[in-house]
Unconditional design. Structure first.
Length: 568
């Protein structure tokens, strides 16, 4: 028997006479001497049958393993959980979604640590599985590559492209009598034609974009649709790339510098990404030991043009962006304008600037799945959709630690109106369904923050119902919970401190005059400090409906949304 003399991290679990039992286990799984003494690469996916985002990831894992083998490694595959936000939305199940991000990160960390694997490829599809995987990579700090499962294609309904966003909004239209049973059914049957993550620049595609911009995945990989044959080629190349990183001893924290995070924020606000990117990039930065705050998002957004016309605020989906060049199509003009740091290293072994040099685009290149002549998915910097980016952080006496607003496609950005108070998402949705919300109202949903939920639910069912009733430009909504990447309208989420810890939002009464002023970066209620303190002096946190179990554990450990809702 010939055994390689090169040493690896996994040797602690497989070399020497005392490790004969461990080798026996590996032989039981079909490994040869050559397999055992090669470097071990963990291939961690969030495959399951809970969501179309993840249903195909087992196939992608097989392609990654081919790449690992071809590059001289031995792949060891395992899976972790992933929650379907779309299926969990609008009921108590959504409380598990953000919690799952921590469980995903924990489980990948524990599996890799227990078996002392040498390198890691993570494969993820749905919203929380992407940041959860990246958080694990940052914690473990072994050579790693992230791989996205890919976007779903848009569906077709009565001659137009549709996504899951249209179905959520159709629920409100149906409740308002603007859509028939048959129309809703036809839309439901056509919106999601197959595997892949939700089609617009919602949270999954936003985070895939952000992770590519961070340098943790191969350039051009984020936009390739799930059903495209190129996706399996990306998988094989990712498996090969991680062995090169191992050989060069390049680790995630070598890539995840502060400048890398600032690059990711720049791309996110230029592309019209989800507000959830704030929460998740803060969490990944926390795991990487990089200082990042909500103010970084606001500062960068002020100086970065919005150039990608993506849903939910715009017209196009991820497959359209892919047709015109993918994420590099957005990054290259930003780099040329000096808005990105081109010297940041990436998983290719090259810098951002070197990676982008391989991509050349002409102004008229491409086309779109949604029609139109030429390329109008990504606008030139001198003719942007708006001169500033799409994420804003507001502060004021209702949100001393801040809150997040997405401005893409939002017509009215200043709103003052009476508060309509709801202490749960369900209560708000019932009132909206009964047509009790009027133009001018400020819908306030509280006790849905990280601790108060617990779990910081997304509010897509609520916001989509308002849009479906035609109130999208006539009301505003604030919450200490979150919004889906498919949300549109004047919506302020992540209000901190949250109600459950006695934040000012807990002091609101029905009818209080609330102002959301995006240009002025203010979220305020017309109350004196003394009145607010007087109201809070008799306040008590409501009892949790989850005194035991995973949600209770999370509520005890989780931090403010302003810190990424990480567990400390």
């Amino acid at each position: 028997m010939t055994v390689s003399t090169k040493t690896y991290r996994s040797d602690a679990a497989k070399r020497g006479a005392e490790r004969a039992p461990a080798r026996a286990y590996y032989r039981a799984m079909g490994l040869s001497d050559e397999d055992i003494y090669r470097p071990f690469v963990a291939v961690a996916s969030t495959w399951n049958e809970a969501t179309p985002c993840n249903v195909h990831l087992d196939r992608l894992a097989d392609a990654v393993k081919e790449g690992v083998r071809a590059a001289g490694g031995t792949a060891r595959e395992f899976v972790t959980i992933a929650v379907s936000d779309g299926i969990a939305m609008g009921h108590q199940g959504m409380k598990a979604s953000l919690v799952s991000r921590e469980v995903i990160a924990d489980s990948i960390e524990l599996m890799v640590h227990a078996h002392q694997y040498d390198a890691l490829v993570t494969i993820a599809g749905c919203d929380k599985s992407l940041p959860g995987s990246a958080m694990a990579m940052a914690r473990l700090n072994i050579p790693s590559v992230f791989l996205y499962g890919g976007t779903i294609m848009p569906g077709r309904f009565r001659g137009r492209d549709v996504t899951i966003q249209d179905v959520f909004e159709a629920v409100g239209a149906y409740a308002a009598g603007r859509m028939t049973d048959q129309e809703l059914y036809e839309l439901e049957c056509s919106a999601c034609p197959g595997e892949g993550s939700c089609a617009g620049m919602y949270t999954a595609n936003t985070m895939a974009t952000a992770v590519e911009a961070l340098g943790l995945s191969l350039p051009g990989s984020a936009s390739v649709p799930a059903i495209d044959p190129r996706r399996e080629d990306v998988c094989r190349r990712s498996g090969e790339a991680v062995l090169r990183l191992l050989e060069q001893d390049v680790k995630p924290r070598d890539i995840l510098t502060r400048q890398a995070f600032l690059n990711a924020i720049t791309v996110d606000v230029a592309i019209g990404g989800s507000t959830n990117a704030v929460l998740h990039l803060l969490a990944i930065a926390h795991e990487a030991g990089v200082e990042l705050t909500p103010d970084d998002f606001d500062r960068i957004s002020r100086q970065t043009p919005h150039i990608a016309d993506m849903r939910p605020g715009g017209r196009y989906v991820m497959a359209d962006l892919d047709r015109v060049g993918g994420v590099p199509r957005v990054m290259k003009p930003l780099l040329d304008a000096g808005l990105l740091d081109g010297d940041v290293p990436t998983v290719t072994g090259r810098t951002v600037r070197e990676n982008l040099a391989a991509f050349q685009f002409s102004p008229a290149e491409g086309g779109s799945a949604s029609g139109g002549d030429g390329q109008d998915v990504v606008r030139p910097l001198d003719d942007p959709i708006s001169p500033s980016g799409t994420l804003c952080v507001l502060r004021g006496n209702l949100a001393p630690e801040g809150c997040v607003v997405k401005t893409a496609g939002v017509g009215h950005q200043v709103h003052t109106g009476p508060a309509r108070l709801f202490d749960s998402e369900e209560a708000a949705f019932e009132a909206i369904s009964r047509r009790e919300i009027r133009a001018g109202d400020v819908v306030v949903i509280r006790y849905e923050g990280p601790k108060g939920g617990p779990g910081m639910r997304e509010m897509l069912a609520v916001t989509a119902a308002l849009v479906g009733q035609g109130l999208g430009e006539q009301v505003a909504l604030i919450t200490d919970g979150r919004f889906s990447g498919a949300t549109r309208g004047l919506m302020a989420g992540h209000v901190a401190p949250e109600a459950a810890v006695g934040g000012p939002i807990a002091a609101l009464h029905d009818g209080d005059e609330v102002t959301i002023d995006v240009p002025g970066r203010r979220l305020e209620v017309k109350l004196s400090r003394e009145e607010t303190q007087s109201r809070l002096s008799g306040w008590k946190a409501p009892l949790s409906a989850y005194p035991t179990g995973a949600l209770a554990k999370y509520a005890r450990l989780v931090s403010s949304a302003a810190k990424g809702a990480v567990c400390e």
